[in-house]
Write a protein that binds this ligand. Sequence first.
Ligand code: SF4
Ligand code: SF4
Length: 351
Amino acid sequence: MQIDLIQEARRQAEICNACRYCESYCSVFPALHRERAFADGDITQLANLCHNCRGCYYACQYTAPHEFDLNLPKALAEVRRDSWESFAWPQPVARKFHTHGSAIALALVVGLALLFVAIRSIGSAGGIGFYAALSHNAMVAIFMPAFLFPLASIGFSLRRYWQSVGGKAIKLAHVTSALRDVAKMKDLAAGHGDGCNFEDEDRFTHARRYAHQAIMYGFFLCFASTSTGTIMHYVFDIQAPYPLWSLPKIFGVTGGILLTAGCGWMAWLKLRSERELGDAGAWGGDLGFIALLGFVGFSGLVLYVLGVTAAMPTLLAFHLGAVLSFFVLTPFTKMAHGFYRLAAMVRNAQS
Ligand code: SF4
Ligand code: SF4
C-alpha cells in the first residue's frame, strides 16, 4: 500500500484521537478511540469503516486554513481505494479501473462486441423468447465463468484484507451484527440520525442513504430474478419466457426500476458533491461504474418492454453485454466497496 497515504491518514487519526469531538458520528470514531497507536492495518480498517458522509469535515475546527489541515473523509477515501487496489487480484487491473471511467466504458464495448459475435456465431438452435437470439446453453457457457471469476477474485482480495487488519476467527454473532447494520445502512444516517453532509455542503440529508438502499435492494432483486429463473428452468423444467406474475418477472422489473432510479439518483448526488472531500482521483471511475450499473437496470427494463419486437436481439446484446461487463469488473470497481465494507463491519464487531 502507499505509505504516504497511510501516514497522512495516521497523522489525522492521531489528532482526532486527542480531540474526540466526533465521537458519535459513525463507526469510525469509536474504533479509532479504542487505539492509542495506529498500525497500518488499523488505518486500513478505519478507512473501510468510513463511508465518506463528510459529517466530521463540516464539524471540524481544524480544517484549512488551520495549520492541522484536517480532511479526514478525503484521507480515509484515498487509503480505502488504495487498499482495494493493493489487495485486488490481479492487482494491475484494479489500478486501472478505479481511476478510469473510460476503461470501464471500453470494457462495456468489448463485452457488447463479444455478445454480438456470440449471437451471430452460436445462434439459437430453435429456442423461443430470448433463446431465439441466443440459446440457453450459450448463455450459461458465457455467464458461468463471468460469474465465478469475480467471486474467486474477491475471495482472494478479502483474505488479504482480513490478514492485513488482524481479523480473527469469524463467529455467527459477528456476521449477524454486521449484516444488521449494513441492511439498515445505519452509518449513512450518521450518529444523530439526520443523514449525510454529502451533496449539499453542511446540510443534513438522507438522500445518499436512500439512493444506496435503492441500488442495493434493486441489485438483490435482480439477482433473485435470475436465481428463481434458474430454479424454475433446472428444478421444475419450466422454460422462459415467464409470464408477468411469475417470480422472475416480479423480482426483475421491481429490481430494474430500483436499480435504474438509485443509480440515476446517486450519479446526480455525486455530480453535486465536492470532489476535494473524497478521493478525487477515483471520481471518473466511480461515476463510470454507477453509469454501467444503471445501464444494466435500464437496458433490462427496455428489454422487458420491447422484448417482443424485432429489436429484441440487439437489445438483448446490449443488456447482456452490460451484465457481462459488470460481473467481470466487479472486483476492480467501486462494487468492491460493498464486500470490503461488510468485511470491515464484521471485523468491527469482533472488537
Ligand atoms: S474531525 Fe476534527 S472535530 Fe472531529 S474528531 Fe477529528 S479533529 Fe476533532
Ligand atoms: S466522513 Fe463520515 S463516515 Fe467518514 S469518518 Fe467522517 S463522519 Fe465518519
